[in-house]
Ligand binder design. Sequence first.
Ligand code: ATP
Ligand code: MG
Length: 156
Amino acid sequence: MRCLSAKIISRSPGETERIGFNLGTFLKSSGSAKTVMLYGDLGTGKTTLVKGIASAFGIAKRDICSASFVIVAEYETSPPFYHMDLYRLERPEAVDAAGVWEYIGTGGVVVIEWAERLHGDIEDAVKVYITHLKAEEREIIIEGVNSAEFMAACEE
Ligand SMILES: Nc1ncnc2c1ncn2[C@@H]1O[C@H](COP(=O)(O)OP(=O)(O)OP(=O)(O)O)[C@@H](O)[C@H]1O
Ligand SMILES: [Mg+2]
């Protein structure tokens, strides 16, 4: 598969949510990648993006919150939606012990904040890198979506 990537500038939390919604809509309609790995420093907008992704699955934005304490939040949507925040799991053994890998590849949609904590790769995952530029400006790079049309639309 060719590695496609799109670079988008978000200028507000609302814009980031919209980008997430578009990604969620794409994930819902495509039979392929169902894992989204999110990378970005504290407070860059990962959870904000997840609110948008989740809303494409019918989950209310207020129901998505920082999952740091629960590690995995499960939603009984179709397909099931799992929101993970691995911030507190610094060691790979802690990730294993929390059962994180058991959610992946089950057919549900798995969205992972602090995906670098996995210390491993997931085949066919979509990777999103968020960087704080200034004030409300963020650079969002999306990699691994298997659709040239979707990626081109992101960059418009
Ligand atoms: N363009 C933007 N996109 C997203 N968030 C933005 C943007 N501009 C400002 N913000 C603000 O940045 C903060 C992002 O918080 P959020 O919880 O989404 O970050 P996070 O990356 O999940 O943090 P953490 O690492 O603690 O999980 C919010 O307060 C939001 O209002
Ligand atoms: Mg967060």
